[in-house]
Design a protein around this ligand. Sequence first.
Ligand code: ADP
Length: 579
Amino acid sequence: MQLETNDQLEQLKQRVAELESALAGTRQENEKLHVELNEYKGGKTSAGGKAVASAMEATPLSEAEATLRRLVQRIAMILQADKIVTMFHDRERGELIAVPPAFGFEEVNLSRFKVRATQGISGEVFRTGEPIIFEDAINDPRTEGDHFVQFGVQNGLTVPLVIEKRDEEDRVVEKNVIGVLHAFNKRHGEDFIDEDVRLLERMAKNVGSIIANLQLYREVVEEREELLQTFESLSAGLVLISPEGRISQINSTCRAIFGVGPDHITKTYDEVMPQKPLQDLIRNVQDGREAPMIELDVEVQKTDRVYQIQAAKVYGEDNKDLGVVAIFSDITDVKNIERMKSSFVAMASHELRTPLTAIKGFSSTLLEGIDDDIYDKNDQKEFLGIVVHECDRLRRLIDDLLNTSRIEAGESLKPNYSRVHLRDLLKKAHMVQQQATTKHTLKLDMDESTPAEVNADQDKLDQILTNLLNNAIKYAPNGGDITIHARKDGDDVLIGVEDQGLGIPADHVNKVFEKFHRVNNEDNRKIYGTGLGLFLVKHLVEQVHLGKIWCESTLGVGSTFWFRFPAEIDIEQAKEINN
Ligand code: ADP
């Protein structure tokens, strides 16, 4: 008896020694994890500074997980248990759920090992914080809800999984139960004893602490991931520059602006951003000087963009200089609208002034000559003809402006549908426009499919054709052929106005239908217009005639404006839509 006890004592001593060394190892690894976690958290608040990168490289999560796995194996060995499993409390679900690593369990089945926090031995230990030894998993009523039998558990020992917060003098200041730790099936048919409880409780503290750190670590990693993803997917460009002047983060928008890959991190900012005003801005901010935002023209993927750039110094929690952040906002569209608006004002005043000058000139000439009969009837006729023509021009411009604002306000242009002689309308438009030009040859391309009649708003259809033909003449300043195509295509009439003029650059082809949009190149600038014509034409085709309009164009070769609409528009439906 004495001998047996001595033996047991020896064995116990040996186990305690093993345990002490296991504990020491674990504590060390755990401390390392702590330090790295703190470093990592510091890095995170430093908005992506160096600490982030280094922590990421030095402490892959897998290393901490491996530590935990070794610890679980040691526990199994020391306690002589067949199975070890950790359960974590999921507050949202109110459940205790097994988490890896476990010993003696297939990890794929682990997630099925769960119990409500109010049930079973697991629940009781979790709630009370007191360990429980059980000898008969099948018949012990306390195991109800634990599903122990399903996992081949016969007997076991369950202790709370505790995290302790300590102050500088290593005194426990806070204790939290975060789950439970089970050891199941004592080897050699034995039962767990009080000594095992003491051992497992000590090990549980380490497991708890590692798990808690891991959890925190994962959260920080996830948070960082989220931050990086947000950063990456921002439509604005963002660059972080370290105090040493190196790029520490650059998001995809910014990489596109500067045509660089992610490998440009760690290069200096002036290597990546060659623009002098931008370099000056960053330098000024870096040196704490006043730095107003700047605008920069850059070519991004072959299109001209304008960016507004703001930069600011970044400070850490402890007021540490963390470098400079620069934000790039794409203001190309705003700039275009601004430019278009001012060119519209210039155009509109020109368009207003020209006819007014003519009207005033010719009418005052007539007035001056009235008493002395200076001008004969023919002169008078000619002068008055010009006055009437210019008045019409003015009226058209004013109508365009009024119609544009009506469309803008969502009001209808009051269509008036009827049976329209399409062929006659096309012939008339062809004739009238041919009379207006000597430089161009107008051709009418109709075939037997071209319907004689369609349902349409005659005036508005005429307006569409007149507008497209006017443009064809206007934007082919060197003359050439202008062909009006008209044929039936399915249920639609397909009409095209083809010219051999200046053509339209590819990136403007769809935009010319926007209001105020004018192609802004040297050839076009010489030709006056308001940029409203095609905006109105599009509305007349699509809204009034329930059709479609588009343009095919090759720069320097010519353009064809096509539109189609149902030959037999359902007038009632069209009226409804335009009400
Ligand atoms: P405007 O002629 O008054 O400028 P539009 O809305 O009719 O306004 O046309 C918009 C722009 O589309 C024009 O400024 C011109 O740049 C381009 N455009 C229109 N028609 C043609 C054409 N047939 N050929 C070349 N460019 C054209």
